[in-house]
Design a protein around this ligand. Structure first.
Ligand code: PMV
Length: 293
């Protein structure tokens, strides 16, 4: 039997624009993980600690088929999934599953894949879940480091750790559908969307500098600015705007939708002084606190 694990993640800046070649920043959330075990089996089988819909089972089977075809694998497996990463909220559940499965497959079939090959295989798997992903999700999960992504991943260091509250709006979008909607809007009005993506790209570059120099106050302002652009893209909904406003009113340094949007998570930058007030203001939502380093 082989066993592999992969972490959760959060996109801090640049979601959507990154699908169109602009830069984005994502950070790992190591305390939330997906574990995958693989053992030989008479026939292909899947088990999960979560109940799987037929659609999910179908996608997981497709994900395994992608890996079987890519590495010309022979023989059936039992794939056992254990995950505590919330699904469809922007915390990288599918990326973690793709990376953990690619790692477990590599060990089980003694492929000896390196990190780049695991990442490339996970990217192919991600396409099943997301349609046209940028590759940022599988990269941040695979490297488990802060990632600046512009068609390829670049790991970078954060000068000073900071704290994010991740608030779940309770509304579960499908990333694949949101991506398709944005693609449709982009094709209809390419000029408008390209301009918005360029503005977001400029925010991402500034945000990287703030993370590298420890300018947490400016980082917060940039998050809220990025959120304004996500609203213009149409991926924030009243519930996520409400969370952003509640958090800012409670003293947060910044707040924004994270990931595909139309629901999902809002990330909030807090300090030791503001954390409790923000958590109180968001007490009607499920929240996770994560230190980013
Ligand atoms: O919802 P998430 O966190 O899986 O993020 C999707 C991020 C997008 O930029 C919208 C898509 C992508 O593949 O980069």
């Amino acid at each position: 039997m082989t066993h592999a694990s992969a972490c959760g993640k959060i996109i801090m800046f640049g979601e959507h624009a990154v699908v169109y070649g602009r830069q984005a920043i994502a950070v790992p959330i190591p305390s939330y993980r997906t574990d995958v075990k693989i053992e030989d089996s008479e026939e292909f089988n899947l088990t999960s600690n979560r109940e799987l819909s037929d659609k999910e089972k179908d996608r997981l089977t497709q994900m395994c088929s992608v890996l079987y075809a890519r590495f010309k694998l022979v023989g059936n497996i039992l794939l056992e999934i254990n995950s505590d990463i919330p699904i469809n909220t922007g915390m990288g559940s599918s990326a973690a599953l793709s990376v953990a499965t690619a790692r477990a497959v590599s060990d089980h079939f003694k492929l000896g894949l390196g990190i780049e090959e695991i990442n490339a295989a996970a990217f192919e798997c991600e396409k099943i879940f997301h349609g046209t992903p940028s590759g940022i999700d599988n990269s941040v999960v695979c490297y488990e480091k802060p990632i600046y992504f512009m068609e390829t991943p670049q790991a970078f260091d954060i000068k000073e750790k900071f704290t994010l509250v991740i608030a779940n709006s309770g509304i579960r979008p499908s990333t694949k559908e949101v991506l398709a909607e944005i693609r449709f809007a982009y094709i209809k009005d390419t000029e408008k969307y390209s301009k918005l993506f360029d503005e977001i790209a400029a925010i991402v570059s500034q945000a990287r500098k703030c993370m590298e120099t420890g300018d947490i106050k400016s980082l917060g302002n940039l998050m809220t600015l990025n959120h304004d652009y996500l609203r213009m893209l149409g991926v924030s909904i009243p519930e996520t705007d409400r969370i952003v406003n509640l958090a800012l009113d409670a003293g947060a340094l910044g707040a924004k939708v994270s990931g595909a949007g139309k629901g999902g998570n809002v990330i909030v930058l807090v300090t030791d002084k503001t954390k409790d007030k923000v958590l109180e203001a968001l007490s009607s939502y499920k929240t996770i606190i994560s230190e980013i380093r």
